[in-house]
Design a binder for this molecule. Structure first.
Ligand code: AR6
Length: 181
């Protein structure tokens, strides 16, 4: 009985939203970056364009310190002109057909981003559907991994609220179904 209440309470802290992650007012938004941290297309391009030069400056500082960011890891910069306070840059795996530990790597992206958020005292975080664009990770599998990883994390982190931001309609429909399960 208590388990049920506990889980319902956890579910209240994951929401899905359809739209542009750069517009969302949360403590941290997550960027689906690449290992160079120097920007790119997709959501990465949108975040750098909307947030301005301060984000790239933050990335360059991290590059100078540690050379970039590994797949599955996450690093934090300012959010520049965005409504969020921080951008958490994580690097999703490129889908190579499932034989390159892609699932574990994607799970690590969510876990490490949530851990960075906690370190930076964030009470809310918004994720894009990491790896499901240019990196071709299957959307249904990515949705399962993201929801499961976040739900598990919410058992430990009893404060943070998570928004899964879907930009394309396909991901939105998939995530909506996944959340109903
Ligand atoms: N807000 C929210 N989600 C978005 C937005 C936006 N403004 N724009 C796109 N998406 P992708 P990846 C969704 O390709 O697959 C970059 O070049 C999009 O619909 O951005 O992890 C990086 O530099 C998709 O569901 O990231 C890397 O080189 C999701 O964001 C590479 O792409 C992820 O798509 C990373 O590829």
């Amino acid at each position: 009985y208590f388990d049920e209440i506990y889980n319902e309470k956890n579910m209240d802290r994951i929401k899905i939203f359809k739209g542009d992650i750069t517009k969302i007012e949360v403590d941290a938004i997550v960027n689906a970056a690449n290992t160079s941290l120097l920007g790119g297309g997709g959501v990465d391009g949108a975040i750098h364009r909307a947030g301005g030069i301060k984000i790239l400056e933050g990335c360059k500082k991290i590059i100078a310190e540690q050379g970039g960011c590994e797949v599955g890891e996450a690093v934090v910069t300012t959010a520049g002109q965005l409504p969020a306070k921080f951008v958490i840059h994580t690097v999703g795996p490129i889908w190579y057909g499932g034989n390159d530990d892609e699932k574990v790597k994607l799970k690590n992206c969510y876990t490490n981003s949530l851990l960075r958020a906690k370190e930076f005292n964030c009470k809310s975080i918004a994720f894009p559907n990491i790896s499901t664009g240019i990196y071709c990770f299957p959307k249904d599998l990515a949705a399962k991994i993201s929801v499961e990883t976040i739900k598990n994390h919410l058992k430990e982190d009893t404060e943070i609220e998570v928004i899964l931001v879907c930009y394309d309609d396909e991901n939105y429909q998939i995530l909506k179904k996944e959340m109903e399960n």
